[in-house]
Design a protein around this ligand. Structure first.
Ligand code: FMN
Length: 358
């Protein structure tokens, strides 16, 4: 019988088990977005996962939203990631880089000088974000990308994929949810455009489809994953008017169905009306990685019943570097400390002990 511990393949990625580490922003890169040795230690400690998905990494300075988050936009920055990918590979793991362009979910204090906050439309998000210098600040007022600039942003995703492979990553994952740039294009509340990238659903999905094609062209579709969470209102994302989330995602998934992507990474959004896993499996032929608030038993059920091929865990991986071993041996799981989620330095990052150590 297939279990959490059975090997599987996601596209060209051959996983030793079906336990995936979900992406988590941890704000441990340098202020200017370079990867650090501490990050290599952190990811290396978690290499018993079948696959690690990194924290969201911006494909350009404009795409950076949060303080001390990484940017991958040059060969030098790719070099900086090599200790991370080596640490994971040396321990027998696989790691893909998640590309996260924040679009309007940004503050200029968190960006490089001269970088801009851009979005499909000049619609400011309600809410605030943390900055190191001035604490909580309202989100930036974004500038609307011109129609000529949108392909330039797509090209940033292409460059990201190429640089990720250069850095030794096994693949890339497009972050398509949580109110960041791709989600901003899909949603009528944040996309008020009247050109080829806005309006009817065929236009609103165009940016995401182009970004996925650009990444797949560069590294092969079998190394490209896509993270979605239809109906996720996080970061002030709401459709306006008659658009329908289910229709948007049905159309999008049908448009990319033939691509042969490595996997869809689906956040099921506990408590929501829409069954995101069912929606994804109805409109996707390849592998599914399920996420959101799974415990071991539910994850086993989801895999053995064939509802997904793998399950990703975020918070459990944070506090349990040896999560795979703990699940296999049915050992208790440690809880994470929310006070050190995004603080600089090793505390609450690389000092969670394994079961053997504690
Ligand atoms: C500290 C933290 C940072 C996160 N950062 C990201 C991120 O960079 N990219 C992303 O796609 N999801 C991010 N998430 C969401 C998680 O990947 C995951 O979807 C969520 O925590 C639910 O999974 P869980 O119940 O296993 O924790 C983050 C979650 C946490 C707790």
């Amino acid at each position: 019988m297939v279990s959490l511990f059975s090997p599987t393949s996601l596209g060209t990625l051959e996983l030793k088990n079906r336990i995936v580490m979900a992406p988590m922003t941890r704000s441990r890169s340098t202020e200017n977005g370079a990867a650090t040795d501490l990050m290599a230690t952190y990811y290396g400690q978690r290499a018993s996962a079948g696959l690690i998905v990194t924290e969201g990494i911006a494909p350009s300075e404009n795409g950076k939203g949060y303080c001390r988050t990484p940017v991958l936009d040059s060969p030098e920055r790719a070099d900086g990631w090599r200790p991370v990918t080596s640490a994971v590979h040396q321990s027998g793991g696989l790691i893909v880089a998640q590309v996260m362009h924040c679009g309007r979910i940004a503050h200029r204090d968190n960006k490089a000088p001269g970088a801009e906050t851009v979005a499909p439309s000049a619609v400011c998000a309600a809410g605030e974000m943390y900055t190191d210098g001035n604490g909580l600040q309202p989100f930036d007022q974004p500038r609307e990308l011109t129609e000529d600039e949108v392909p330039e942003v797509v090209a940033e995703y292409r460059r990201f994929a190429a640089l990720a492979l250069e850095a030794g990553f096994d693949g890339v994952e497009l972050h398509g949810t949580s109110g960041y740039l791709p989600a901003q294009f899909l949603c009528t509340g944040t996309n008020r455009r009247t050109d080829a990238y806005g309006g009817p659903v065929e236009n609103r999905i165009r940016f995401v489809v182009e970004a996925l094609h650009a990444m797949a062209d560069e590294v092969g579709a079998g190394r490209v994953g896509f993270r979605i969470c239809p109906g996720n209102p996080f970061n002030d994302l709401q459709d306006e008017g008659p658009s329908d989330v289910e229709d948007t995602f049905r159309t999008l998934l049908e448009e990319i169905r033939h691509m042969g992507l490595a996997y869809l990474h689906v956040i099921r959004l506990a408590g929501a009306d829409l069954d995101n896993l069912a929606l994804a499996s109805d409109h996707h032929d390849g592998a599914l990685v399920a996420n959101d608030s799974f415990d071991a038993r539910e994850a086993e059920d989801a895999i053995s019943s064939g509802r997904c091929d793998a399950v990703s865990f975020a918070r459990h991986f944070l506090a349990n570097p040896d999560l795979v071993e703990r699940l296999a041996d049915r050992l208790p799981l440690a809880r994470f400390d929310h006070r050190t989620l995004y603080t600089p330095g090793p505390a609450g990052y690389v000092d969670y002990p394994t079961a053997k150590e504690s």
